[in-house]
Design a protein around this ligand. Structure first.
Ligand SMILES: [Ca+2]
Ligand SMILES: [Ca+2]
Length: 123
């Protein structure tokens, strides 16, 4: 018998809820989970979405380099916050199955935090 807990066959449509796009209620749609190799029926299995950052300089100008984990599908944004309460998008990209890399020239001098967010999982 097929067991969800053993993590098999989760890429297929079997046993997902046809009336609920997010069968396990973890905030990620079944299709987005399958495309990103997480289990659509296991809430604690979620797509691996990571954002690496590295501060360096080019000719004395500070630059902040970003690199994400490979993301398949979705409209993704990198958001910035100065207080960890209010977040604003600073760049957008589509999940194309490869690591997304970009550079922010002259990042703000004030302390700021960045995070990755999936805006639209259906794109
Ligand atoms: Ca889900
Ligand atoms: Ca899941």
């Amino acid at each position: 018998m097929w067991s969800v807990d053993q993590g098999r066959e989760y890429g297929g449509d079997r046993n997902t809820d046809p009336l609920n796009g997010d069968s396990d209620g973890d905030g990620f749609l079944d299709g987005f989970e399958a495309a990103n190799k997480s289990a659509p029926l296991v809430a604690n299995s979620q797509p691996n979405l990571t954002l690496e950052m590295a501060l360096s300089d080019i000719n004395g100008q500070p630059v902040l380099k970003f690199k994400t984990s490979p993301i398949v599908g979705g409209l993704i944004t990198i958001e910035q916050s100065f207080d960890l309460k209010t977040w604003a998008a600073v760049m957008f990209f589509n999940g194309e199955g490869v690591a997304y890399e970009t550079t922010l020239i002259r990042p703000p001098a004030a302390k700021s935090a960045y995070r990755l967010k999936v805006l639209d999982q259906t794109q």
